[in-house]
Each structure stands twice: as structure tokens, then as C-alpha cells.
Design a protein around this ligand. Sequence first.
Ligand SMILES: *Cc1c(COP(=O)(O)O)cnc(C)c1O
Length: 410
Amino acid sequence: MIARSDCVALDEGDELADLRQEFTLNEDEIYLDGNSLGPVSRAVRTRVNEVIDNEWGHGLVRSWNSAGWMAAPTRIGDRLAPLIGAQPGEVLVADTLTFLLAKLVGAALDQRRERHVVLTDVANFHSDIYIIQAMCARAGRPITVKTIDRNTLERELNDDVALVELTQVDYRTGESLDMKGITAKVHAAGALMLWDFAHSAGAVPLDVTDAGVDFAAGCGYKYLNGGPGAPAFMYVRKSWQGILENPLPGWLGHARPFDFELKYEPAEGMQAFVTSSPSMIALAALDGALDVWDRVSMAQVRAKSLALTDLFIALIDERLAGVFDIVTPRDHARRGSQVALAHPEGYGVIQALIERGVIGDFRAPDICRFGFTPLYLRFVDVYDAVDRIVEIMTDGSFRDGRYKARLAVT
Ligand SMILES: *Cc1c(COP(=O)(O)O)cnc(C)c1O
């Protein structure tokens, strides 16, 4: 039996324990939803206030030059690059994820004009599927979007496939896909590979350089803690820059925006993928949120993430055997930083837990999702969260009639 005191001992030996104090957390709550919206950190407040009070407040329009606002999307991209194994000059921070996927899908389709199929995962996040379909419908040639079982990818690949888009960690099940192996197979068929890192960046170690990834994009507000609706990031491998064209060009991606020329000419590097004015307050929040990553390596984060999810799975096995179906792979190589428990009344389970101060979320049709974020979670939090789950499953409160109607955000 795992005891609470074992978890206290784990916390005492945790080299990341100090980082928790950087974040604002409610002391009477256990936050297992950092995979959906990360909490605010001290450095976010400092940086946002600096932009409001000094750069905007006093500098006003001069700050576009003097505070480096124009360069912020590429400068913050460079800060984020090591988290995904990218090189300086390969990452841009802008827009939100669905918009960046639109740019990358549109651009990729232009590079494979003789091909007519795009493959994506039938279990993918709906927004990815919507934007892929919309971009394909407007590609100027007939393109079929096939939503496939990702395990059949190899069979579906052929010389008519232009692009494959997959989410590297499944948002429901938490399964982590073999980025390098899949990318190699896609390339062997002559197709391009676009990875969605929404549930990967800041959650699992990634090496886009080693994996030979063409393009990728991910969220700023999940494991990166950049704030609600934070700017997203996109990666374009160096060898594609100058070739790949932004299908949504705007003035700030022009080589000389202040020449006001009528003919579009892309800027060099990732700047070509900027469309509009950088959202400086939102970028400041993300910039501040990245400070904490200067103090940890992804290897440390991964080690603690696996220890936390291992502990959670072991406690569920030990104390609630047979109550839930543990959907997340037990194999470390295939696990992201969340654990998904399937239960027919999963929505009620999550609502009852939230009322007892354990914040997870629900993903239809039956997944209770718990995110484990090593920067601020303790091992005792995992123990206490399972205590609450045991409580609500034992007293039946998850069946309460109040949970029959779902809120707008689940
Ligand atoms: C969260 C998420 C999105 C949503 O991104 P927006 O920034 O709201 O456009 C897209 N895809 C996946 C896989 C996600 O998890």
C-alpha cells in the first residue's frame, strides 16, 4: 500500500519543489487541469506590468522600436525553441493555434501541388479537422481529407498524399505518438508532416531537429502557462524557410512594411509568417511564463511527470480497481503528461470532484482527464486527489442529478 507519508518523502526529495512558489494556486485546491489552462506565475505579472506601465504607458508608439515590440514574435519564439528541440530562427509566436495550423496547412498544400490527399486522425481535436477541411476546400484543386485511424497510417500513405497532420499527444487519451518514426514514414511516401504540439510542448521532451519534422504548431496557454487565449507558436524547419509561403500574408510579414508597397514580398525567415500586429500584452504574459523554463530541463520535467502519473495510476489500481478504465498507456514511451480515466458517468465524476476542490476536466464521451504538471504539483497532491476520487465514488455523489446538464465548458 502506498501511504501519504511516502508521498511527503517524495516531495522532500523533489528537485523541482521550489518552483511551485512561482505560481498562484488556491491552497485548498488541487489543480489537475494545467493541460487545459496553466496557472499564472509571478514573472507573468512582472512582465505584463512592465509592458503596461512602462512600454505602453510611457513609451507609447515609440515602443514599437525602443522596446523591441516588432521583434517580439521571433524573440519569444527563440526562447521557446529549446523546448521543442528547434534551432534559433525556426519558431514564431503569433495568433492562436488554429490560425497557425491554417497557415501551415495552406503553405504545405502549395508545396505538393500534384497530390490530392491529406491524412489526419479521426480522434484528432475537432478544431484541427475543421481548419484542415476548410484550407483543403480552398486549395484551388480537389483535395480529399481522410480522417483515419492513426494506427493504419502506413497503409494509407501513397504518392497522392500531400500532407499528414497529427496531434503528438492525444488530447483525450494522453497517448504520445512516435514523432520520429511516423515522420520518417511520411517522408518515405514523399508527403509532408505537420505536428500539433498542443499537449506536448512543456509536457514531453521533443526534438524536431532530430525527428526531421517539417512543420509544427502548439498552444501557449496549456503547459506553457501563457494565459487564457495566449499566442500560439509555429515551427518551420530552416530548410523550408524562403520556400514555404504564408497563405495569409499581411503587412508585418512584408520585407519592408513601412514602404507601404502594393506588391507583397515576404520578409526573411519566420517573420514571413507574421500577418498582423503582435498582441503585446498577451505576448508579455507568455514571455514572462517562459522564465520558469530557464530554471529546469525538459529531462527533469519528464522524470517528474512520469513519477506523478505512475503514482496516480498505481493509486487508482490499488484503491479503485475495476471502477475506471485507465485509457492512458502504461508504457512510458507512449504516455504524455496526463492520465485519462474512462467512466460512463465521467461528467458527474469531474463535477463532483471540482466541488471537492480537485480540478480536472471532462472530454466527451466518457473521459475524465487529469493533467500532471511537474512545475507546481506535489506528490501529496496526487495522493490527496485520489482520496477525493475514492470518496465520491464510494458515497455515489458523482450520480447527483445536478450533473445531468452540462456546462458550456466541460
Ligand atoms: C487546445 C487545442 C487546440 C485549440 O487551439 P486554439 O488556440 O484555441 O485555436 C487545437 N488543437 C489541439 C490538439 C488542442 O489541444
